[in-house]
Design a protein around this ligand. Sequence first.
Ligand SMILES: NC(=O)c1ccc[n+]([C@@H]2O[C@H](COP(=O)([O-])OP(=O)(O)OC[C@H]3O[C@@H](n4cnc5c(N)ncnc54)[C@H](O)[C@@H]3O)[C@@H](O)[C@H]2O)c1
Length: 387
Amino acid sequence: MTIRAGVVGAGILGSQHAAFLAAQPEVKLVGVADMRREVAERVATPLGATAYGSLAEMATQCLDLVVVATPDPLHLQPCLDAIEAGVPCIIEEKPLATTLDDGRRLMEAIERHGTRFFVNYANRAATLDIATGYVLQQGLLGELVYGEARLDDNISVPTQMWGGRSRDWAAGSSTAHFLLSHVVDLLHWYLAPARVTEVYAIAQQKVLGNTPDVYDAYLTFDSGAKIRVKAEWIKHIDELVEFYMCFSGSKGTLIYNKRGGFNTSAGWRANLSPEVSAQELLEHRERLGERGVEMRALVHRPAPATATLSAGGATDMHSLEFQGLGYGETMSLCRSFVDAILDDTLTPSSWKGHGPVPTHVDGWRQTQVVCAIVASAASGRVVSIEE
Ligand SMILES: NC(=O)c1ccc[n+]([C@@H]2O[C@H](COP(=O)([O-])OP(=O)(O)OC[C@H]3O[C@@H](n4cnc5c(N)ncnc54)[C@H](O)[C@@H]3O)[C@@H](O)[C@H]2O)c1
């Protein structure tokens, strides 16, 4: 089978999607559409595809797959147009939607037409996120009690990344939709079947003016876990992105310096529950290896000390550890979406038993939580999330 594909939105991500699809042997990249036709041409022509000024124009080409990579608040219309044109498969860039109303309309259309709909939560393909999910799902930290996650961008993202369009682009989105969509999806994935039931958030809006500088939120899960998630757009730092997570279980702690900032190095460490024996530690390392994650297994005896103060140090600790960057390519998950279409399944073998690939159902959960963060910061109140 050859998948006839088109991409709508030929900017930073859309051009990567187009190049990716054109390089897949089972895919024919038919067209690239962008409301800025010259941008569509710049991407389409070198890849041997046709440029279009809109999805409606491109959809006359009998497409099996459309990738929607328009800016965050502009996902709905191209998705609806593709669904209504009868395109059977859609890959949408995150987030699913930036308002509950858009999300509901999209969900209704997907379900009515039976569209196969994937959302590119690209972080799910990162090896260390796979490892984090594994450790939490297996209960290797005991019961998850508290977590924190911060994903911050350099201030140059909302002010310069999209050239002269940057300020409008940022104003149409926010750190909640652009960044916390990734974090919220990861948390739902790591902790499934647990769901966020309540959100309390604050925001600051002093620097960027047209969009909040930061969102900082506490999420309560129905499992009882409480997790703080925070995303900033006003950091004057050398890196483009900083991403850090830490999870405290009743019996262990996982530290994930996904993209270390100043004076930190990237790495991942899970200090497991003392109930995990040395033999089990090696077995877990082996199972992670089968999922494509190569870890070091350590038995060590930490001696926590600061200056003349010390505490503990008498017990052995069993840990899994990875030094360095463990993230995948932005397009890794898209290969699994292509396999899901070819194999007619949500669990293609290239997805190595990580559960189903993310769909609109995951997208709706993410959208509900991120919209609750925005609503809570605006009202100063706790926002509950309905099933
Ligand atoms: N998965 C990831 O890791 C990841 C990373 C970065 C961005 N993203 C997401 O990818 C999406 C695209 O981001 P980007 O940085 O590529 O944006 P971009 O502005 O560079 O590209 C979007 C393009 O869509 C075009 N466009 C807008 N409305 C259109 C319409 N109705 N029809 C046709 N074309 C239209 C614009 O002209 C622009 O060229 C966003 O939702 C963003 O959050 C995902």
